[in-house]
Design a binder for this molecule. Structure first.
Ligand code: NAI
Ligand code: MG
Length: 516
């Protein structure tokens, strides 16, 4: 184990669980075919604690030959052996067992996640782990409920016709670093419920909880090759998965830019692709909104997870009549947010995930200043080596500015004003973005809410809330926010093919005689 882990923990003033230390201490390899194996080309990735910039672990860097091995193992497990012979009920029991095992391991998973990603341990436990385990349980429920329809067909003759839902096959799943364990569970849950086998590639910045998850999955008895986990870089391991000719589907969450690359790479064998990409989600405040509720809701809407969320409410569109009051209220709350080590129980916002990410966010802040937006508060680094940035609020943001158009993915709120109450005009302002992932409407008028909802080109719309959801509520985007919907029935069906069957019940009429 790198000695710098102790340096990091000393800075956090935190004692980790002995099990966490033992896990960090072990030699991290790739999970392929039910066992841990060394990467063929021997590469490694340094894992950095973003709160202290210390090197806390080293994991394997998979490359194309490891992807080939993992795909071969997943293919074998999909076609033969215990997994395809298992009933939906048996798959459900495995998913529930894994959820229970995750619950029992919550302290270790939580500490690993906070060390790796930086987010507050309380959030990790209450959200990433608890919600993630519930999601697995929910998805386990679908394993016994996937079915087609029986129907009648119009062709002459007498037929029995029906459809079947079958697992799509071997799937590659590439996930980002903002919710490492939650994203892993959100991806593997529906794939396993549907009967697929998978290769999961966590983000290079945050590989630790995926490795721990692999170990827990082996313990609860998933057959070899059903779950394969490859830590590795995007340009090598990720690209090899996206292009692999024996993968049937790729599921990706991350940047829109890489989403486009995935689509291009998938064209070779026309594998199915689902994408959950960027967002620039508006929070629309109507003149009749409950101001206190807006201020209380908008602040976590943007600053939760240090703004590193695809659904972050990064654009606040507020009616002229409330703009000044709400801007002041939000700024006061933003200044009061405690930024610091995720192991300090008082911390509300941790560091950004990496130096690169903080630099990216800071360059957006600079561009906001250059283009004439008004910095109300924030935009500062904290002293020390960690990648901290204080919650930032810009006012007087115009729709043409870069900070209003591009996904920042950090703790930066952009406030713009609008006049009047013409809902078509307001919807045009909200929709003026290449993205369409989420939106929230803040109003006390039920008719305004219902009229505006269908006008918004957004996969999710919340009213008087932002960032709420559950395993049965699908997520996904319009426009360049992605393809497909995850969670809910739609999320499991993403991992299925539909097969149509028609069976002749009588000898059909002679085709040649019909022609004569
Ligand atoms: P990214 O899109 O590069 O990384 C996400 C995942 O894709 C990682 O596992 C990475 O290894 C993989 N990847 C990278 N290049 C790949 C390739 N050529 N083929 C296959 N897989 C590849 O995101 P990055 O660079 O970490 O963050 C950049 C920006 O992306 C952020 O500032 C944010 O705007 C956006 N983003 C959006 C996320 C979302 O939840 N929608 C999550 C993470 C980033
Ligand atoms: Mg990238």
């Amino acid at each position: 184990m790198p000695e710098s882990l102790d340096t990091a923990l000393a800075q956090h003033a935190y004692r980790i669980d002995e099990r966490t230390r033992t896990f960090l201490d072990r030699q991290h390899q790739l999970l392929i075919g039910g066992g841990w194996v060394a990467p063929r080309e021997g590469g490694t990735i340094d894992v950095i604690d973003p709160a202290t910039a210390q090197h806390i672990a080293t994991v394997a860097a998979a490359t194309a030959p490891d992807v080939d091995d993992a795909v071969a193992a997943a293919r074998k497990a999909f076609e033969r052996g215990a997994w395809p012979a298992m009933s939906g009920g048996a798959r459900a029991k495995l998913l529930w067992a894994l959820a229970d095992r995750i619950g029992a391991d919550a302290q270790v998973l939580g500490e690993l996640e906070t060390l790796d990603n930086g987010k507050p341990l309380a959030d990790t436990l209450a959200i990433d782990i608890k919600v993630g385990a519930e999601l697995l349980r929910y998805m386990g429920g679908w394993a016994t409920k996937l079915k087609g329809d029986s129907t009648q067909i119009g062709d002459p003759g007498d037929f029995q016709a029906y459809s079947l839902r079958e697992p799509i096959g071997v799937v590659g799943q590439i996930i980002p670093w903002n919710f490492p364990l939650l994203m892993a569970l959100l991806k593997i849950g529906p794939a396993l419920a549907a009967g697929c086998t998978l290769i999961l590639k966590p983000a290079e910045q945050t590989p630790l909880t995926a490795l721990r998850l692999g170990a827990l999955a082996l313990e609860v008895g998933f057959p070899p090759g059903v779950i394969n986990i490859l830590t590795g870089y995007g340009e090598t391991a990720g690209a090899a998965l996206a292009a692999h000719p024996d993968i049937d589907k790729i599921a990706f969450t991350g940047s829109t830019e890489v989403g486009r690359r995935i689509v291009a790479a998938a064209a070779g064998n026309l594998k199915r692709v689902s994408l959950e990409l960027g967002g620039k989600s508006p929070m629309i405040v109507m003149p009749d909104a409950d101001v206190d509720a807006v201020i209380a809701g908008v602040v976590p809407g943007i600053f939760f997870n240090a703004g590193q969320s695809c659904m972050a409410g990064s654009r606040l569109l507020v009616h002229d009549s409330l703009a000044q009051h709400i801007t002041q209220g939000i700024a006061a709350r933003a200044r009061a947010i405690r930024v610091g080590s995720g192991f300090d129980p008082r911390t509300q916002v941790g560091p950004l995930v990496s130096q690169t990410q903080r630099e990216r966010v800071q360059s957006y802040i600079q561009s906001g200043l250059d283009e004439g937006a008004r910095l109300v508060t924030g935009g500062e680094r904290l002293p020390g080596d960690g990648f901290f940035l204080t919650p930032t609020v810009f006012a007087d943001v115009h729709a043409t500015m870069k900070i209003a158009r591009e996904e920042i993915f950090g703790p930066v709120l952009c406030i713009s004003r609008f006049a009047g109450t013409d809902l078509d005009h307001i919807a045009r302002l909200a929709n003026d973005t290449p993205y369409g992932l989420a939106a929230s409407i803040w109003t006390q008028n039920i008719s305004t809410a219902h009229t505006l909802i269908p006008k918004l080109k957004s996969g999710q719309v919340w009213v008087n809330a932002h960032h709420v959801g559950g395993p049965d509520l699908p997520i996904g985007g319009y426009k360049q926010s992605g393809w497909g919907r995850e969670l809910g029935r739609a999320g499991v069906e993403l991992y299925t093919e539909l097969k149509a069957v028609a069976i002749a019940l009588k000898k059909p009429a002679d085709w040649l005689q019909l022609k004569g």
